[in-house]
Design a protein around this ligand. Structure first.
Ligand SMILES: [Zn+2]
Length: 179
């Protein structure tokens, strides 16, 4: 149960091994990682967790190897929150969860799985999912494979990005007309 109720503890997105000394969030160009990326912003991206705690478990990550919120630029702060908002919308639309854990673990003592590269976890939750896990023991059963999750979520993120671009253009146009 420790595993489940520390949903942020294991943030590994690659099982490839052998390159454990490298930061996994800095090496997303590797094919097995790239296939898990749901959307890329300007200074950050959204990626599925390779070992999800529930279907749809994803992370919002700045491109830069930034260890905490204190070192984020204004642009990174804004986009991280913007993509976290998109993630909430996408997960709600795709999975209709009864709740979502949104969290950041800073440092080993806080349970960070990947140290020194900030990431925001979003884990969809359903009433009783912890009880269900008790019943089946330590093994996590995830009925959906990650490719299916990507297929479901990626188009929603792409649509949200398009809608946002359109809204920004609309706002700029309106501002122009006022002058
Ligand atoms: Zn990094």
């Amino acid at each position: 149960m420790n595993r489940l109720w520390a949903p942020w503890r294991s943030a590994y997105v690659t099982g490839s091994g052998g390159n454990n000394t490298e930061c996994i969030f800095c090496s997303t160009s590797e094919p097995d990682c790239a296939s898990l990326i749901l959307v890329r912003g300007t200074v950050s991206y959204v990626i599925l967790n390779l070992y999800p705690y529930n279907n749809g478990h994803l992370m919002v990550v700045p491109n830069r190897h930034a260890p905490n919120l204190a070192t984020l630029t204004a642009e990174e702060q804004a986009e991280l929150m913007r993509l976290t908002r998109h993630a909430e919308i996408a997960l709600t639309e795709a999975y209709a969860p009864q709740g979502i854990n949104v969290g950041i673990n800073l440092g080993r003592a806080a349970g960070a799985g990947v140290l020194d590269h900030l990431h925001v976890h979003l884990v969809p939750r359903w009433n009783g999912d912890t009880n269900f896990m008790t019943a089946i023991g330590e093994t996590r059963v995830l009925p959906e494979d990650l490719a299916a999750t990507v297929k479901k979520l990626r188009p929603i993120f792409e649509r949200l990005a398009r809608e946002e671009t359109a809204a920004t253009a609309e706002t700029a146009k309106a501002a122009e007309n006022k002058i």
